[in-house]
Design a protein around this ligand. Structure first.
Ligand SMILES: Cc1ncc(COP(=O)(O)O)c(C=O)c1O
Length: 413
């Protein structure tokens, strides 16, 4: 077995068809950013676009910019930019609100029309906000429903004829493990159960085929792989053929068929606009659109190929360089079973990650003991992966990570 070295990684960067995409981002010198799965970096065009929105459209255009600068269309315009990345059609996606609120919108409406079925299936390891939102909904609906949270490998068996709703995160935020979307969607559809996919860790990282897989409902955030900026609006997807039957319960005026008619009674918009609630966050949407544009002319197949190549390299180098240092790879090795991150566990994971960050290798830490490395294909280089593992090996060999400074806990990990 031949050893991997840095020149090998440099050659792969030279051969990388996506190597020029890195130039679409403002990345600080001297750091290797492996946290695009938490907060995507700044697109170079975002400051100018946001400045234009603030200074010209808001500053000069004032209220007329709702029409002249097409502010009202921003949620759908952003949605149509995302659509090809997730295998959706134009008119099936809108941006606005957070992922948490977007989940509430969909889940509340779907549960309100779920008849006698009382079981809600999610997952033990799901991102907490998803199950917090579902817990609140169960309470709101009079504690009629049971929220079941089996481990990932028992979810399919838990979906039965009593199930009113299934809510799953496609790629797990901790381990990077990925569900078989087509299979679970088909299972739910065969039983007439609405299923909401949370695509926070998939959109922009894993090519999706929502149309081909028969997905009806999905949500996901704008600030991770979509590079939309801190707190960027999230998206809601409703399949075109499911929009007519979808009956909103978060019935804000922007979901009305004629919001500017100011009618006394509610009448839902016939299109995906029925997934909106209130006035769109214009400045945030202006930044988000620049994030979505970083995918312009990029083939989603090339994104996936590089994502898998980067994570294969990362795992191979953990095996080659870090054996005997107490790391365990928790991300599944199979290419069809993982998203675009690699996660390691180590008893001293927190301090080790603080050391890496201090040396310019920015990943993040999740309890208990998990070191997460996001491998974003648009800007991460193969040599970055080499350098990160080399830093980690050096830390473990010298014990340089083991100081009170790196053990001290910060509020946000
Ligand atoms: C899977 C998943 N769902 C939801 C969220 C939270 O979304 P928001 O803060 O937009 O409500 C996150 C954030 O990391 C996440 O990873």
């Amino acid at each position: 077995l031949s050893l991997i070295d840095r020149p090998h990684c440099e050659q792969r960067d030279t051969d990388d068809p996506l190597r020029l995409c890195r130039d679409r981002f403002s990345l600080p010198n001297g750091i290797v950013y492996l946290d695009g799965n938490s907060l995507g970096p700044l697109p170079k065009t975002a400051p100018g676009a946001v400045r234009q929105t603030v200074e010209a459209e808001w500053g000069e255009g004032l209220i007329s910019s709702w029409n002249d600068a097409r502010w009202v269309d921003l949620p759908a315009r952003a949605g149509d930019l995302l659509a090809p990345l997730i295998g959706a059609h134009p008119g099936e996606v809108v941006f606005g609100d957070s992922t948490s609120v977007s989940l509430f919108k969909l889940a509340a409406a779907l549960l309100a029309s779920s008849g006698k079925r009382t079981k809600i299936v999610s997952e033990t390891g799901n991102f907490p906000t998803d199950t917090y939102i579902l817990e609140g909904l169960v309470r709101l609906l009079g504690d009629r429903h049971d929220l079941i949270r089996p481990p990932m490998d028992e979810v399919e068996a838990a979906i039965d004829d009593e199930t009113a709703l299934v809510v799953l995160t496609h790629v797990n935020y901790r381990s990077g493990a990925m569900y078989p979307m087509a299979k679970i969607t088909a299972l739910c559809r065969s039983k007439g159960i609405p299923l909401i996919w949370d695509l926070c860790h998939s959109a922009g990282a894993v090519p999706l085929d929502l149309a081909g897989d028969g997905v009806e409902y999905a949500i996901g955030c704008g600030y991770k792989y979509l590079n939309g900026g801190p707190g960027a609006p999230a998206f809601t997807y409703i399949r075109a053929s499911s929009q007519a039957a979808f009956d909103p319960v978060l019935t804000g005026w922007f979901s009305h068929a004629r919001p500017f008619a100011f009618e006394p009674d509610y009448d839902p918009h016939p299109s995906i606009a029925k997934a909106l609630v209130g006035t769109p966050p214009v400045i945030a949407l202006a930044g988000l659109i620049e994030g979505l544009k970083t995918f312009e002319d990029v083939d989603t197949g090339a994104i996936r190929a590089k994502s898998l190549a980067l994570s294969d390299l990362f795992m191979a180098l953990v095996d080659q360089e870090l054996s005997g240092h107490g790391f365990e790879i928790v991300t599944p090795r199979g290419a069809d079973k993982r998203g675009s991150q690699v996660s390691l566990v180590h008893d001293e994971g927190y301090a080790i990650m603080q050391y890496l960050i201090a040396r310019g290798f920015i990943g993040d830490y999740r309890e208990p003991g998990l070191l997460r490395f996001g491998l974003t294909p648009l800007f991460v280089r193969f040599a970055d992966v080499w350098d990160c593992i080399a830093c980690l090996r050096n830390a473990m060999q010298t014990g340089a990570w083991d100081t009170p400074k790196y053990r001290a806990r910060k509020a946000v990990t």
